[in-house]
Design a protein around this ligand. Structure first.
Ligand code: SF4
Length: 239
């Protein structure tokens, strides 16, 4: 697995901030996180929505993509798989209802941005980019999980922040907003691009990047209980 320490994205920064040793496992040693039902369903929903917006945009056809895009990995039994399949189906039925009211045009899906900040390369992939009738833009990240805090201001989100910065820096989209689409809750939360503190976001990325370059992989055991590597990590603290 090739890993350029000067190339940063949100997933790398999030992983390092959770636990530097976890970063080492995933990005230096190339160890893989197994799928669990929630992450597997997330992949199925993202794939379905990507194909739907790429090929159709007719809400009556949305569910027809679900079976083709369904990923069966990560479930302990056929019964468990069916239970999660039905959860996803319900989310997509609600998404399709919302689609009938959509006034925007979907410009692209799974679009990658990349820009330089000094010696650093910052990149990211955005689930969906919409154009509004007034010419403004909306970059959208789907959240399919239920373990989200809907009371947090979206301007505090490093992920949405780097997407807003990326849209402006890489694509020169000046007028617009960045949105979390909480698919499981049928809710969206947005903030205009300029509401995100670009300097603070880039500083967070670069300061974390500097620690990665310095190979500081000191474990942070505060998150061991929820860590996907806790059964194979010699520094795990589960007491
Ligand atoms: S088990 Fe704990 S110390 Fe090990 S990688 Fe995960 S969070 Fe870090």
């Amino acid at each position: 697995m090739q890993n350029d320490p000067h190339e940063l994205n949100f997933s790398k920064i999030k992983t390092y901030r959770e636990c530097p040793l976890l970063y080492k496992y995933k990005y230096i040693e190339g160890k893989r996180e197994g799928l669990v039902p929630a992450s597997s369903l997330g992949v199925s929903i993202h794939r379905t929505l990507e194909e739907y917006h790429r090929q159709s945009n007719d809400p009556s056809e949305l569910l027809s993509y679900y079976d083709d895009m369904w990923l069966g990995a990560g479930y302990a039994s056929a019964g468990e798989q069916m239970e999660w399949y039905l959860k996803g189906k319900k989310m997509l039925e609600t998404y399709a209802q919302r689609e009938y009211e959509r006034k925007t045009t979907v410009d692209s899906t799974e679009r990658e941005f990349i820009f330089q900040e000094g010696e650093w390369t910052l990149r990211g992939k955005i689930d969906r980019i919409d154009k509004h009738p007034d010419g403004s833009w909306e970059v959208i990240d789907y959240k399919t999980g239920t373990d989200v805090d809907l009371t947090q201001p979206v301007t505090d989100s490093l992920q949405l922040g780097i997407y807003a910065v990326g849209a402006r820096r890489a694509w020169h989209l000046e007028r617009g907003k960045a949105t979390f689409y909480f698919v499981a809750f049928d809710r969206t939360q947005s903030a205009p691009f300029e509401a995100f503190d670009e300097q603070k976001i880039l500083e967070t990325f670069i300061k974390t990047g500097e620690k990665i370059v310095a190979q500081d992989f000191t474990p942070n055991t505060a998150n061991c209980a929820n860590c996907p590597f806790n059964t194979r990590c010699e520094s795990a603290c589960l007491s």
